[in-house]
Ligand binder design. Structure first.
Ligand SMILES: [Zn+2]
Length: 167
């Protein structure tokens, strides 16, 4: 997924905020949004330390076990020091980061089984050479889904701002 992570993160964050009664403020919504694109921050690392830009899916930010370990650490920390902000932070950050990897699974794939297997799990252009081959991404339904996500999200944000939901 190229541009759809942010609108997808918007919908997931709104759902989590509602379900767990987290205040709908720029801080908490913003945290969810940042988490939804955070796995792609590895592009910065790639730019400076790797020559193959395609390799960013191999970095820890795109490896799901990273987020399961962080969830476990966060849970232990919360058990030791139960703080509401920590709970809310974990509730917003980890599912959004995992949603990112789920959405990236469709194209190229994600190393869901790492460290047990180095293989990408995906559907199209898996590991850049396997799975169903798609030559033009911008003619593919997944690209249209990304655009649709943006359109629906923009409408949702406009409606929400007219209602004055964000405090
Ligand atoms: Zn990504």
């Amino acid at each position: 997924m190229l541009i759809g992570h942010l609108p997808a993160g918007y919908f997931l964050s709104r759902a989590l905020i509602k379900k767990f009664k987290i205040p709908l403020t720029p801080l908490w919504l913003g945290l969810g949004l940042v988490a939804s694109v955070a796995p792609d921050f590895d592009h910065a690392f790639n730019l400076f330390f790797q020559t193959n830009i395609n390799d960013h899916r191999s970095l820890l930010t795109h490896i799901p076990i990273t987020y399961f370990i962080l969830a476990l650490l966060g849970w232990v920390l919360y058990k030791l020091k139960p703080r509401r902000w920590l709970k809310w932070g974990l509730i917003l950050v980890l599912p959004n980061a995992l949603l990112h990897t789920v959405l990236d699974t469709v194209f190229i794939g994600i190393k869901w089984l790492w460290p047990f297997s180095d293989r990408y799990v995906g559907i199209y252009n898996v590991g850049y050479s396997g799975g169903f081959s798609v030559t033009d991404y911008f003619q593919h339904w997944y690209w249209y889904l990304e655009i649709a996500l943006w359109l629906v999200a923009v409408v949702a944000v406009i409606i929400s701002s007219k209602k004055g939901e964000l405090k």
